[in-house]
Design a protein around this ligand. Structure first.
Ligand code: ADP
Ligand code: ASP
Ligand code: MG
Length: 463
């Protein structure tokens, strides 16, 4: 084998469905093997449904029933054992069993602490949910070794350093970059394949943290950026980024290319295929991101590049996010007064509530939130500024495409296509690559189907 000293690695991230059972692990092994010459660095999610199960166990324990909580996890422990039995040798199986027994003991202890509330709950929650990736990465390393690859599990919590905002911690870039290089570069040079759990990290104090739901994509991007990878590959269960959510329109098509900006808008507004923050580290170092299908590894998927060709009068994709709450604040004080907006934003800042879409008129502001954890307190404070109306069960629809820049006719086509669906808010920045609007949740499937057939039937070859 050539000296890989200066090789730029390929970071390959496998999502939960790509490691859901023994068959899926076999597919992953073949995909990693095919990338062997490009110094792969593997990032894996938890086996599908395990993260949800761990979160449910945490909720049960919080209510006091840590025993049932622990028992609810046993089918998932079994799934790991089945993969080990099917795909690794006896010594490996024994080693994995020891690792799993440790994990079970620790999880049991953490769940008991949760019911007794003997540590801060947010800290316990992250520690519990991290076992999904801790176990999948160990199992994947064993499977790859059994398939003749020189794989080695690395604990991502030693590489990715974050603040201590549990649940969705923020990476500290300089420290993460240094550690990733220090720990992974020697392995790459020695022709080993590092296997990391995505999503999990640790604070400076060494406590386990996580990067937010779907955060393994983000881990892959951070590792890829730190290593200046030649490419970051996001392996999932669909062929790339599609023209819309395939669960709404099964006829959705794969996009060949997407610009970073388009991809970021889509991810932010609900295209689950990419974690919203994935794009940022890749953009900073101009690293191409490819989204591919682990069931059909020979299809090219979608390349996300710094820039793509602008095709006027076309859109690329339609994303949506449900469970959105609208707040309307109206006040005569707004008329000609300065300082009103700043007072308004300060309230959201104080409660760390993120606003997605906002639109203002002379006497009112309407905005959307997808996290209503602190809604009650926020509304109470907003009432000091004016009258507040709250409207639940809305959805944000986001139409994305570089072609929207300076193509005014598209907006009218979008809105005439769904003219019989009432729209509450619209947002479209001057040089923006998206038009975003808010409708009732129960209208979202109808709106997307209409838009999809209006825009993608006639532009079949342009994307
Ligand atoms: P993974 O477990 O691999 O991270 P996710 O479930 O997070 O996978 O993301 C993949 C899913 O995203 C697909 O199965 C699909 O249902 C959904 N999805 C929503 N919008 C899109 C889109 N525009 N393109 C591709 N997939 C999408
Ligand atoms: N396992 C985590 C989740 O389900 C992270 C990920 O899969 O990206 O959210
Ligand atoms: Mg995902």
């Amino acid at each position: 084998m050539d000296n890989l000293n200066d090789a730029k690695p390929t970071v390959m991230k496998f999502g939960g469905t790509s490691v859901k059972d023994a068959e899926a692990f076999v597919r992953v092994a073949a995909i990693v093997k095919s990338e062997r010459e490009n110094s792969p660095v593997v990032v894996t999610s938890a086996m599908s449904k395990f993260t949800d199960a761990l979160l449910q166990a945490f909720e049960l324990a919080k209510k006091g029933d840590s025993e049932t909580a622990f028992e609810s996890l046993s089918p998932h422990f079994e799934r790991h054992i089945e993969v080990a039995q099917e795909l690794t040798n006896e010594t490996q199986q024994k080693d994995f069993q020891i690792e799993l027994d440790f994990a079970k003991k620790e999880l049991n202890d953490l769940l008991m602490r949760t019911s007794r509330r003997s540590l801060p709950l947010s800290m316990l929650k992250d520690a519990i949910v991290s076992y999904g990736e801790q176990l999948s990465s160990r199992l994947l390393a064993e499977v790859l070794k059994a398939k003749g690859l020189n794989a080695r599990q690395m604990d991502a919590r030693r590489l990715i350093v974050t603040d201590d905002e549990y649940g969705a911690a923020h990476p500290i870039w300089d420290e993460t970059e240094k550690l990733v290089r220090l720990e992974l570069q020697p392995l790459i040079t020695a022709d080993e394949i590092p296997i990391l759990g995505g999503f999990i990290a640790a604070s400076r104090g060494g406590e386990t943290t996580v990067l937010g739901r779907g955060g393994s994509d983000y881990s892959a991007a951070l590792v890829g950026a730190a290593l200046r990878a030649r490419e970051i590959q996001i392996w999932t269960d669909v062929t790339g980024v599609l023209t819309c959510d395939p669960r709404i329109c099964p006829e959705a098509r794969t996009l060949k290319t997407l610009s970073y900006e388009e991809a970021a808008e889509l991810a932010y507004f609900g295209a689950k295929v990419l974690h919203p923050k994935t794009i940022k580290p890749a953009v900073d170092y101009k690293i191409p991101v490819r989204v591919c299908n682990s069931h059909q590894p020979n299809e090219k998927g979608t390349m996300i590049l710094a820039e793509t060709n602008i095709v006027p009068n076309t859109i690329k994709s339609i994303a949506h996010k449900t469970g959105i709450t609208i707040l309307r604040i109206s006040s005569a004080r707004m008329l000609g007064a300065f300082g009103f907006m700043s007072a308004l934003f300060q309230i959201f800042e104080r409660y760390r509530v993120v606003i997605d879409v906002i639109s203002t008129s002379e006497v009112s502001v309407a905005l959307t939130l997808d996290n209503t954890d602190s809604l009650e307190q926020v509304v109470k404070e907003l009432e000091r500024l004016g009258d507040v109306e709250t409207e639940h069960e809305n959805a944000v629809v986001c139409v994305v495409g570089e072609g929207l820049r300076a193509t005014s006719g598209l907006a009218s086509k979008i809105f005439s296509t769904i003219e019989d669906i009432p729209i509450s808010l619209i947002s479209h920045g001057a040089s923006s690559v998206n038009i975003t609007f808010v409708i009732k949740e129960d209208k979202v499937a109808e709106a997307i189907k209409k838009l999809h057939s209006a825009f993608f039937k006639e532009n079949r070859k342009k994307t």
